[in-house]
Ligand binder design. Structure first.
Ligand code: PEP
Ligand code: MN
Length: 338
């Protein structure tokens, strides 16, 4: 599939008229690669609108035939897979609530064996890279080769402006480990329209491979996720407003080459220093053992961290960075001493 991939369409397929109005407007934009429409909706609480089921698939097929846009829907069970294939859905996505469950993912992988349909795999609700990666591996083992990640943010226990906190580093890491394209579902990350533009720009700046955006011809009256859906016209404006970035910087760029070489030298020094520090930690470990002292001496550790935070501040380094780096170093050092 050519990138950037843009998947657009309603959160839920609600009616024939709603889907056709939305799809025909989206089809005017050549950047739209796939029409999405939720047929079975995983709802947090029962009695909310749970999707139109098979009837909705008929409308999705009709929208595809009328507009020429290929279609995509969420599947959570083998029965969904069977129906989606029957109605010629072109790509499937696995929702965040399904990816958390390896039993469900395996059943879907088994149901899709022998097809080579494109499967988009959303990140699980919880920030668990291995769980996300494991879902890819299950589909790969079933012989599926067109797999794409969808980063839709993660449940987060602290207050945040996002509906689902992005934690971009997890999606970047997935791309690095599996070498798969990953697109950004800005709608479910943001939860509201105001944040969509900046989040989409960030996705472009971080070299992700496209966007999923919920679009509805009348978003305020959408049956699900009304706050985050936008009109097809607003999608055009959003895509127009993004500043592109070259993904591959040319190695011939001398300024960048010099700066990168400086970074490489600094990283090398950091690695040498870390190795030295670990050697000293080993010696301390031996000594504490000889003297019958505990490995963790909480007062000393608290004091070190406080000192480093203060020094870091004078150097313009954030407390978050100092905490993360020194907690990781301290833990490695404890393991070495043990
Ligand atoms: C959706 O895309 O409609 C959806 C339910 O998303 P998620 O699985 O990311 O919550
Ligand atoms: Mn939705």
């Amino acid at each position: 599939m050519k990138t950037p991939i843009v998947i657009a369409g309603p959160c839920s397929v609600e009616s024939e008229a709603q889907l056709l109005a939305t799809a025909s407007a989206l089809a005017q934009n050549p950047q739209v690669s796939l029409l999405r429409g939720g047929i079975w909706k995983p709802r947090t609480r029962p009695d909310a609108f749970e999707g139109r089921g098979e009837e909705g698939l008929q409308w999705l097929l009709q929208a595809k035939r009328t507009t020429g846009l290929p279609t995509a829907t969420e599947v959570a069970t083998p029965a969904h897979v069977e129906l989606a294939l029957k109605y010629e859905v072109d790509a499937l996505w696995i929702g965040a609530r399904t990816v958390v469950n390896p039993f469900s993912v395996q059943q879907l992988a088994d149901a899709l064996k022998g097809t080579d349909i494109t499967v988009f795999i959303k990140n699980p609700v919880s920030p668990d890279l291995n769980l996300w990666r494991g879902a890819f591996e299950r589909f790969q083992k079933a012989g599926l080769t067109h797999l794409v990640g969808i980063h839709r943010g993660f449940s987060y226990y602290k207050e945040s402006p996002y509906r689902n906190f992005p934690m971009w580093e997890i999606a970047i890491e997935l791309k690095r480990i599996l070498d798969v394209p990953v697109i950004t579902d800005i709608s479910h990350i943001c939860g509201s329209r105001e944040l969509l533009h900046d989040t989409a720009q960030k996705s472009v700046d971080l070299a992700f491979d496209g966007l999923m955006v919920e679009c509805h011809h009348d978003p305020d009256h959408a049956l699900t996720d009304a706050n985050q859906q936008i009109t097809p016209k607003a999608l055009n404006d959003l895509l127009e407003s993004l500043t592109p970035r070259a993904k591959q910087t040319s190695t011939a760029d001398p300024v960048l080459a010099a700066l990168r070489s400086e970074i490489d030298d600094i990283d090398d020094e950091l690695l040498q220093l870390l190795a030295r520090r670990m050697n000293v930690a080993s010696q301390i470990g031996e000594y504490k053992k000889e003297k019958g002292l505990t490995v963790v001496q909480m007062d000393r550790w608290k004091q070190i961290l406080a000192d480093h935070l203060a020094t870091g501040e004078t150097l313009g380094l954030s407390a978050e960075l100092i905490n993360k780096v020194f907690e990781a170093i301290h833990q490695a050092s404890i393991r070495r001493q043990l």
